[in-house]
Design a protein around this ligand. Sequence first.
Ligand code: MGD
Ligand code: MGD
Ligand code: SF4
Length: 751
Amino acid sequence: MGISRREFLKYTAASSAFMAMGVPFAMAAGQNKQVDHWVKGVCRFCGTGCGVMVGVKNKKVVTVKGDPNNHNAGFLCLKGALMVPIIYAKERITQPLIRKNGKLTPASWDEAMELVVAKFKDAIAKYGVKSVGYYGSGQALTEETYLASKIFKAGLKCNNVEGNPRLCMASAVGGYVTTFGKDEPCGSYDDIDAATCLFIIGSNTSECHPILFKRIAARKQADPNVKIIVVDPRRTNTARIADMHVPFKPGTDLAILNGMAHVIVQEELDDYRFHSKYVTFMDNNKQKKTFEDYVKFLEDYTPEKVEQLSGVPADTTRKMAKIFAESSATMSLWCMGINQRIRGVWANNLISNLHLLTGHIGKPGATPFSLTGQPNACGGVRDTGGLCHMLPAGRLIKKKAHRNEMEKLWGLPQDSLNPKPGLHTIAMWSALAEGKLKALLVLCTNPAQSLPNLDKYRQGMARKDNFIALIETFSDAETVKYADVVLPPAYWCEREGVFGCSERRYALVGKAIDPPGQCKPTVNILVDFALRMGVDPKLVPYKNSADIWKEWRAVSRPTPYNFWGITRERLRRESGIRWPCPTEDHPGTRIRYVRGEDPNIPKDYKKKYFFYGKPDGRAVIWFRPYKGAAEEPDQTYPFVLTTGRVIDHWHTGTMTMKVPELRRSFPKAYVEVSTEDAKKMGIHNGDNVLLETRRDKMVFQARVSDVCRPGLVFVPWFDAHLLINKLTKDAIDKGSKQPEFKICATKVSKA
Ligand code: MGD
Ligand code: MGD
Ligand code: SF4
């Protein structure tokens, strides 16, 4: 099934130049397999959104290969290439389960759904709609998230609709909305091929977006003058191809980014013509300011002061700023090192500031570009409005005009939608822990492993007076332990639907095979839930996910998202289309906010750029001061603990741990310690090391290397047997409500 590691290495060996640069990928893996037919789809894993072809023989998936017509040009990384055994894992849940006397026992669909609905109805009757909720995922299909959100918001008038993108992309959304007035990146992957400076900050692209990293490495290989700067406290594999790797004290990005802006204005490297025409300057109190005020604000961020705060040598800040500004086209790429922070929105703003200050925006190769983590966080949750404050296509619950527009589109009476935003993720799980939330429907996410400060939230999940209905594919997911009912969904290519990746590209995941046992497509489960809950059948008139897609196109049409031209037929024919796409003959949009590129801008518009998300058409340069992390190291907890990913595992490991090749490469979590710290503490590779934070303590095996800077330790969070989130902190960004997974204080000692 799939390809073996040997076959994989054979394919990759063909591209030894990339391998030498540390770029792991598979080319057209599985090409030689005999299959009955190929079905077009999208990789199950990361937000790179690689196109795959699924090979089917005798009604079973036997292999996958990269789609040569999608942006990945036929390439897949190891996770993508080895996806097949997961479908047939022995842990697949194939029938509904109900907890009886503490044990999950098989039940019929009818029995399980009746119990779910009885619990939801009972909670609503006793405590109101605020006592129920939905917690979804950036891995659910677009149609699934749109539908779940509609059932809760329009059907039940309950805005407690959240999902794991709150842990992931919320700060990027906050950054884009405050800077440009609209969510989602302006540029696209094509910019990588044209950039002459790639500024990578808080992203381990090589492990987390490997096929994009391959594209970055190819760009560098094609033109050695292209400069790559990696700003990351760890010397990751990504940093190893950089011209400049800039390690620093975690959590001090705001100072570094302001320091770069300081150098740019002092050395007059800014593009005055651009920012005087297209930018509004604004302080932290939302007061309009001038460029001169901004220069004054930046006086506090001399490279020398930045050095004191962050540990980045003053000359390094100067050099970075000069390369950023003087390159002919600079592209910034960032991910969780920026977003998972209590000042994540501000850090996002400051990256965009540098682009608006230097005019590195809206030209090929010049753009700020946040990388999305999950395959459909953009496509499902951000765009269709699957969070507690949002409605579809960028509309907001708190805006009456937006609610009224959605009421019209959904055929609801005027002013019938609930005007109060619901509970955000941490508030939702806190409410469960405090006994205020009584019934929760959870889809395609494993919060019993992925939430920060886990002990608190797991205790909440374990309470006897609440009810958790979980739609989950695998019996060994941690959250299954806390579920009262488990509903078995069709997995990945067992049902049809759409994923939207980091570059606003939407592509169809085709149905290749039937689901096993009693598994059902999630949209069927959700419609069944809605009807049993007494939701008006006119709100859920769908036979399949294609019907929902049709409605979504219409709902997006009056907005700058505009998916009208992305028909199901086109999705079947083409390998992904980037929105906005207003008509069926429109090719999709590469660059937003630029006349002639973005269909939202009239062809005769008087200026070249139009940031139409803002009332005056100007993007905002924000004055955001430096603020540190929620929990800085001190004498008692002197180290910073950071958490993140490894190339071969996906999140909580429920899928990748089922692939022998992937499991073997990282069988368990470990703690990465710097050579310098290890020497001081007498720690050697493989020694047991105790980590202790204010929340919990745990022992990990040491990996001593030059990856972490002294004072920093790193633990990957895929291992269900070593739950590092018991140690992390649940402090959140005030604006985006995203938790600061990336930084907390810890003690480190040899165990
Ligand atoms: P992380 O490992 O979470 O991955 O992708 P990334 O964000 O690239 O963290 C990125 C980097 O942030 C780390 O190298 C870390 O050293 C750095 N960092 C820590 N603190 C700071 C800081 O204060 N400032 C800066 N500038 N950097 C800091 C995440 C992405 O990956 C996401 S969100 C998802 S959902 C997907 N998950 C995933 C996976 O589970 N496995 C694999 N293999 N790929 C994945 N792709 C996606
Ligand atoms: P996953 O393992 O992706 O992690 O956290 P989670 O979403 O909780 O969970 C997906 C679940 O869905 C799995 O249990 C899987 O078995 C199941 N599943 C797979 N396919 C299907 C399907 O088709 N249908 C259904 N119904 N279920 C399916 C992710 C979250 O974690 C994210 S996005 C981020 S960015 C955070 N990152 C992060 C970090 O960097 N550090 C630490 N310490 N914690 C983190 N937690 C966050
Ligand atoms: Fe899948 Fe991401 Fe690898 Fe592409 S880079 S094959 S989307 S895991």
